[in-house]
Every structure is written in structure tokens, then in C-alpha cells.
Design a protein around this ligand. Sequence first.
Ligand SMILES: *Cc1c(COP(=O)(O)O)cnc(C)c1O
Length: 358
Amino acid sequence: MSRFFTPALAALEPYTPGEQPAVPDLVKLNANENPYPPAPGVAAAVAGTIAGLRLYSDLTEARLTAAIARRCGVPADWVLCGNGSDENLLLAIRAFCDADTPLAFADITYSFYPVLCNLLGVPARVVPLRGDFTLDETAYYGLGGTIVIANPNAPTGLLAPPAAIERIAQQNPGSVVIVDEAYVDFAGPGASCLPLVQKYENLMVVRTFSKSRSLAGARLGYCVAQPALVADMNRVKFSYSPYNVNSMSEAAGAAAMEDEAYFQKTVAAVCQTRADTAAGLRARGFTVLDSATNFLFATHPRRPAAALLEGLRRRRVLVRRFTAPRIQNWLRITIGTPAQMQRFFAALDEALGEEDGN
Ligand SMILES: *Cc1c(COP(=O)(O)O)cnc(C)c1O
């Protein structure tokens, strides 16, 4: 750290992303990336943008916004694209929180929320999940401030019914309620709060291309809300990074969004592998939460998660563990291809045997 860094920022604790090591033959199940490649049309779509790269990207991301709006069944001015969900979350917190308007979120949830609060000088209001990691919706009634709820939640993988989120929006008419649906495409029909956006002017749905659309490296996300909220977000965006979505990512995202069949096929494959992996973990004695996502959250009654993570790592299988006290004995395991999960289980069985002293 230099002596020029401002004291407020010097005190920041930045987010720790899942590591991205360049090790050959690695089974990477630590960042909830999709194991399947992007839709087949993405390559040509990106190639088609190269000649135009001398120009700035489209300020309104018209093609991408149209593709998203069509699929979500809303007009284009209900959609805002961003450089990953992470940027949209930043824009939303910047727009709807300040020193007097805290951001409320669960104690166990996406750990980027508190980081953004610190960066932006917004007080965090932590609302504990119940003992079984489910959402305690009544704890949010009349809370005020701004609220963000990851649904399905990370790293637990649990889905709260949209009706619970609806009641939270009803009970906080003066607050913006942000629903972070990074994983909702893996949650089955009826899981999304998108239909509620029509009914509630204070509800915003935030989504990403990083997980279900296999485009984590493109850095692409979007939010859907009534036009007034989108306009607020746009005012912030145009005050800091007007050309935030680059032309290549925009083309990639539009091509991915337009290929519904490929999307359905890869999501179904991940969900099938998730069921098989959960069964395999339970057969080995793990407690596994019911996942509505592309990862599983699991703990073993006798084997410390930290030792298992190291045992897997030595066998070039990466999973993730968090150090918050309530979950430090849990592993978050991203769903890979069936072949990757075979390697995961082979490594896991060796690690479990090693723990036994065999
Ligand atoms: C992965 C994730 C995001 C971030 O998505 P990007 O679009 O890659 O920035 C946001 N929220 C949650 C809960 C996530 O797990």
C-alpha cells in the first residue's frame, strides 16, 4: 500500500474471488462457472464485431437489450445491461443507498455486498438467516433502507419462494428491494421474481450471463425493473462509465440469449449432474442442502471441511470454503461435467480415506 492511498480506502477489505490458477488438468469447481462452452453462435458474433472495434460501443446496448427484453417479456426501457452483475449491484447501491439509507442483507450470502458497502460508505445491516439457513422473511418487514436478497442464495443454494420476497417488497414500500437472481435459471419454473417487477415499482431483479449462459469471462449482467428505477441506474452509469459494456461482450451476450435451445440443454445437463452429485455426496455421509443453483453446499459430520478442501486440492480438484463461523465447516462445490464430477469423487474418496489414516 502506498502512502498516497486515502485512509478510508486503506481500511477496505476487498472481496476474495475464487482463485483462477493456471494449473493444467485442474478440475475447477470453486467459482460457480459453467462447465459447458458458450452457445455455438457466440464465436461468430464476437468475430463480427472486430472490424467495428475502432468505434465506441453502443451506448444503449440496443441489440443485447432487445434480446433480454424479448426473453423477459418487458419493454426495452425496463432493462439495463452492465459489466457483470457486480457492476449493476454497485450502480444500484450507489443509486439507492447512502449514509442514511443502509443496505440490508443476510449474514450468510454473497460476500461482495459488504465489500461494496465499505467501498461506497454505506452502512450494512445484517439480517441473520434461520438456523437451517432459510430466509427469515419477517425480519425484513418494515425494515426500511435498501434490501438485497440473493435468491437462490449463495453459498447455501437455497431458494426462498418468490411469494416471500413479494411480501418483503409489500412491507417496505419506501425501500428498493434488489433480488439477485444469479442462479435462478437452475431453480426451475416459478422461481423468479421477474413477474413481480410488473407489480412493484420498488423491486429490481439482477441477473448475470456468468453462470447459466457460460460467459463469466465476458463480464455481462443485466437488471430488470420499472423504467424509473432503470433511469436512476442510468444516471449513475453515465456519471462514471457510459460505455461500460464492450462491443464484443454485447455481441456474445445477444447471441447467447437468442439461442434458447442450447441454454435449455446445458441448464438441464447441469441440473441432472447436480442431482447425481448430491446423491453421491449423501451416500458418503455428507449433509447436502437442497440446491436450486449450479453448486452444492455440503458438510460432513466427522471430516473437517478445511482438511477435505486441502485433500482435494492436492489432487488438483478445487472447491470453495468460506470462513464465516456458521459455515466454516461447509464446502461449496460447483457442478461440472459428469467427467469432472467423476474425478471429484475419485479425489474425494482418496481424501476421505486419507483422513481415516488409511
Ligand atoms: C456470481 C454472482 C454474481 C456476480 O456475477 P457477475 O455477473 O459475474 O459479476 C452476483 N451475485 C451472486 C449471488 C453471484 O453468485
